[in-house]
Ligand binder design. Structure first.
Ligand SMILES: *Cc1c(COP(=O)(O)O)cnc(C)c1O
Length: 426
C-alpha cells in the first residue's frame, strides 16, 4: 500500500518509509492511498472471529507485502495481547475498556504496533535508531513499555521532574537496557523544546539516527481501528451500536471512522471533548479555529489544535463530517459530577477522560435506543489526584504492585541543550 501526504497527493511513500519518517517533508500527514473495504460477508459471522483475526485482516490491507504475513501475525499477537472487555454500566450503556495493556491506557495498542514495526524495519540495518519522546506523563509510559520489547531501536524519554504521578514515573523509569528516562528539571514544554532542538540539529543528525514516536505516525493510528470491532464481535453486526470517543488529538476517532469506511456498521460516532472544544465548535460553525490549550482534569485531551483534523478533512468534506460526528464538550465540574454519580449509582469508577465520553454518550442517546459504547481510554489509577475526590478505596490494580516496588532509574538533567546533546552522542 502506498501513502500520500495530506498536503500533496503526488508525494508517495511506502508503508515502511511512512513509519520510519513519521511525517512527510512537506509537514502534511501520511494517509493510505485507499481505505480498503472488507468483503460484504465479513460481518455476517463477525461473532466467531477473534480480535487478533480482525487485526490481521484490517492491518494487512494497510501494510501490504512490506512485512511478511508470519511476522505481521507475530506483531499483532504481541500488540493485542490483552483483553478488551465490554462492561455494562447502565441499561444500554457499556464501556469498552482499552486500558488493560502495559501502561493502562489505549495508547499501548498504537505504541506497541509502531515499536514492533520499527524493530522489524531496522532488523537488517547496522545503524541503531534512537527514538526521542517528550512526555507530560501518559504517552511516555506506553512508549517505554512498547520499546522495552524491541532489539534494534532504543528510546530516550524526557519527562518533567516532579510533574508526573508516582505510577506514571515508575512506568517511565523502571526499564532496563534500551529505555532511558531523562528527568528534566523543568516543565513539559522544556522537554518538548529539547527534543525539537535535537531534530533541528543537522550536526547531531549526521552522527546519530534519531526518530520520533509521535502520535501522528500511521503505525500508531491504524492499529486503533481494530478495537472498534470488539462491540460487534460481542453483539453481532445487526444491532444499532453508537460509539463515544473521548478526544484530544482526534487520532482515536479518526481510526474509528477508518474502521467504519472499511465496512464496520457503526451507527453514529460521538466525539467527546473537554473545554478544548475546537472540533465541536467547527461542526457547529464550519470554522476551524485553533485556540491556546486550556488545562483540565482530563489532561490527555488538552489539545488546542488537534493534528488529526487534517486527516478528517482529507477524507471527508464539512457536510459529511457533520453527519458522521456528533460532538459535545464538558467542563471539569460536569466531568467530576459524572464520575461521582456513576460511582455512587453503579459502582463503576470512570477515569476523567472516560467520564467526558460517558456524558456525551448520555446526551446523544437521550432520545434513542441504540447500544451505546464509550471507550474507556485509561485506567482511573493513572489520575489519582482527581480520583481521590471520588473515593478513598485502593484502586491500584494488583498487576501494578510489582511495578510500584521497582527502583526508579532516571538521569537528572537541567534544561540545557548542550548537556542533552552530549548525552545523546555519548
Ligand atoms: C491520548 C488520550 C486521549 C485522546 O486521544 P486522541 O487520539 O488524541 O484523541 C484520551 N484519553 C486518554 C487517557 C489519552 O491518553
Amino acid at each position: 500500500m502506498n501513502y500520500y501526504s495530506t498536503k500533496n497527493k503526488n508525494l508517495k511513500s511506502t508503508f515502511r518509509n511512512a513509519v520510519i519518517q513519521g511525517l512527510p517533508e512537506d509537514n502534511g500527514l501520511f494517509m493510505p492511498e485507499k481505505i480498503p473495504v472488507l468483503p460484504s460477508g465479513y460481518f455476517s459471522d463477525i461473532q466467531e472471529k477473534t480480535i487478533q483475526q480482525v487485526a490481521f485482516d484490517v492491518l494487512q490491507a494497510f501494510v501490504g507485502d512490506e512485512i511478511s504475513s508470519d511476522k505481521l501475525q507475530e506483531i499483532i499477537d504481541k500488540t493485542y495481547s490483552f483483553p478488551f472487555p465490554l462492561v455494562n454500566i447502565n441499561d444500554n450503556i457499556f464501556t469498552l475498556e482499552l486500558f488493560h495493556g502495559a501502561s493502562y491506557a489505549f495508547k499501548d495498542v498504537g505504541a506497541t504496533f509502531l515499536a514492533l514495526c520499527l524493530d522489524e524495519f531496522y532488523k537488517d540495518s547496522n545503524e541503531k535508531c534512537t527514538i526521542l519522546v517528550a512526555t507530560s506523563g501518559d504517552t511516555g509510559g506506553a512508549v517505554a513499555a512498547a520499546f522495552s520489547k524491541t532489539k534494534n531501536v532504543e528510546v530516550v524519554i524526557l519527562y518533567p521532574s516532579g510533574k508526573v504521578s508516582e505510577l506514571q514515573e515508575k512506568q517511565l523509569t523502571t526499564f532496563e537496557k534500551n529505555v532511558t528516562a531523562l528527568e528534566i528539571e523543568g516543565d513539559f514544554d522544556d522537554c518538548q523544546a529539547l527534543v525539537k532542538e535535537a531534530f533541528l540539529d543537522s550536526e547531531l543528525r549526521k552522527q546519530k539516527k534519531i526518530s520520533s514516536a509521535n502520535s501522528i505516525n500511521v503505525a500508531r493510528l491504524l492499529p486503533q481501528a481494530v478495537y472498534y470491532f470488539a462491540p460487534f464481535i460481542h453483539f453481532g453486526a445487526e444491532r444499532d451500536i453508537s460509539i463515544s470517543v473521548p478526544s484530544g488529538n482526534y487520532g482515536n476517532l479518526t481510526a474509528g471512522l477508518i474502521a467504519q469506511k472499511m465496512g464496520l456498521p457503526v451507527k453514529q460516532f460521538i466525539a467527546a471533548s473537554n473545554s478544548n472544544d475546537v472540533v465541536p465548535r467547527f461542526l457547529a460553525s464550519d470554522k476551524f479555529e485553533p485556540r491556546p490549550t486550556i488545562a483540565t482534569i482530563s489532561n490527555a485531551m488538552d489539545v488546542g489544535k488537534p493534528s488529526n483534523f487534517q486527516r478528517l478533512t482529507d477524507l471527508w468534506d464539512t457536510e459529511e463530517l457533520k453527519e458522521k460526528i456528533k460532538a459535545y464538550s464538558y467542563s471539569d465540574t460536569a466531568t467530576l459530577k459524572c464520575m461521582q454519580k456513576v460511582y455512587q449509582k453503579k459502582h463503576y469508577l470512570l477515569d476523567p477522560h472516560g467520564a467526558v465520553g460517558y456524558l456525551a454518550l448520555q446526551d446523544y442517546l437521550s432520545d434513542k435506543n441504540d447500544i451505546g459504547v464509550v471507550l474507556e481510554t485509561a485506567h482511573p489509577c493513572k489520575f489519582m489526584d482527581v480520583v481521590k475526590n471520588i473515593t478513598n478505596e485502593n484502586i491500584i490494580p494488583a498487576s501494578a504492585e510489582p511495578l510500584l516496588k521497582k527502583e526508579k532509574k532516571s538521569i537528572k538533567m537541567k534544561v540545557d541543550y548542550k548537556e542533552f546533546k552530549a548525552f545523546l552522542l555519548s
